[in-house]
Design a protein around this ligand. Structure first.
Ligand code: F3S
Length: 391
């Protein structure tokens, strides 16, 4: 790889141990993916923030990074953590877990990372612009900013994103390069246009193609739709970039006339639905994967307004970021009559296993991960159908 003199001096440890460790990791990744050089980034978003997912090993890694003087050099945000910082007792979190979780947040903060902890920072305090090179982890968020905004990031892992954040640089390969942003398949989509149908569409496409760069025709996603579509395709497959004809900023750059076309309609959506639904009976209904937007909170509040929670045996969690929660106190008050509006955490990265066994969600991403990461049977339905369980 071609390193500048400045980059070589970091690699040789002349600018501190933290920066050296970061450079070693970014260069190692660059060599694996045959990058020619490094590229400047404008922001980073880090995963690996929940004590449940990183454990004591991750805690020690972060502690070592802080002790070595590591600091981020570009605006950087953090993914959801394993609990709401104030309301963790309502999530049945133990004091032992809470203590370790707070320590992790503190360590990230010491490195200069904003600790708002959301998987939708593009609706809050980290909003890239078209053409920006960034280093984002969190598969749903990076797919959203790649596709809907036209920023450029690879599917970073937690340590790679942290290293890039420290350096303000990442290895220049993959989706940073024009040639890898071309569509690989056309998806003719036939859906009803509800947010839930976008979730099932993402699941069906992930199941059909696995990876690649799909080019959609027949849909007009708004932010909430694209948020759930991005999450679903990244969880059911490994899609990190897609284009939507007439909607996403790069879609007009490509001639797709020679590409294979896959039709996704009723049959494929039903197969996606069947795969994600493994129970009809839940103990927890958790909404907000990815984190709820102001509009989604408002829509849920309007649906619930004037209704009563009759089934007290089923808990309801609404997950969003603290930034979003603070923006809509009136709607939050309505939701709180049905269950806590939890900030900066989610049903997947919280340690719900051992507390619940059966969880309802309207998200295909959560529908994929609840069984594998949380030992849950899942019920994956539209919000109004989920709410039938408690009303
Ligand atoms: Fe976000 Fe958790 Fe879903 S991090 S995308 S709410 S699994």
């Amino acid at each position: 790889m071609d390193l500048t003199r400045e980059e070589e001096s970091i690699f040789n440890g002349e600018q501190g141990e933290g920066a050296q460790k970061a450079m070693e990791l970014v260069v190692a990744l660059g060599k694996i993916y045959e990058a020619q050089d490094l590229i400047d980034i404008t922001s980073a978003h880090l995963s690996g923030a929940s004590y449940k997912t990183i454990g004591d090993g991750g805690l020690k890694y972060l502690d070592d990074m802080v002790k070595s003087g590591a600091k981020v050099s570009v605006p950087s945000t953090l993914n959801p953590v394993g609990m709401d910082r104030e309301r963790w007792k309502e999530m049945h979190i133990t004091p032992q877990f809470a203590e370790k979780q707070l320590k992790i947040i503190d360590l990230y903060g010491k490195m200069g990372i904003k600790t708002t902890c959301s998987c939708t920072p593009y609706m809050g305090d980290n909003v890239p612009s078209f053409g920006d090179h960034v280093a984002w982890a969190e598969s749903s968020a990076l797919s959203f900013v790649n596709s809907y905004i036209g920023a450029r990031t690879n599917r970073e892992g937690g340590p790679g994103a942290l290293a890039a954040a420290i350096l303000g640089k990442t290895a220049n390969y993959g989706l940073h390069l024009d040639e890898n942003r071309k569509p690989t398949v056309v998806i003719d989509a036939d859906i009803d246009g509800s947010v839930f149908s976008y979730s099932m569409l993402g699941q069906a496409v992930g199941m059909a193609i696995g990876g690649g760069v799909p080019y959609f025709r027949g849909i007009k996603p708004v932010v909430e739709d694209a948020k759930t579509l991005s999450a679903a395709m990244a969880a059911a497959g490994s899609v990190a970039l897609y284009h939507v004809e007439g909607v996403t900023p790069e879609a007009g750059n490509f001639d797709v006339s020679d590409l294979d076309v896959i039709h996704i309609g009723k049959k494929e959506l039903q197969e996606a639905y069947d795969k994600l639904n493994t129970t009809d009976d839940v103990q927890l209904i958790a909404l907000g994967c990815p984190h709820l937007s102001v509009k989604e909170i408002h829509d849920i509040a309007m649906f619930l307004k004037g209704k009563k929670k009759r089934n007290k045996d089923v808990e309801v969690w609404f997950c969003t970021s603290s930034i979003i929660r603070d923006q809509c106190p009136e709607d939050v008050r309505i939701l709180e009559e049905f269950g806590p509006v939890l900030a900066d955490t989610c049903m997947v990265v919280a340690p719900i296993e051992g507390i619940f066994q059966r969880t309802g969600t309207n998200s295909a991403k959560a529908g994929n991960y609840l069984p594998t990461l949380c030992s849950q049977k899942a019920m994956c339905r539209d919000i109004t159908k989920l709410m039938d369980v408690i009303l």
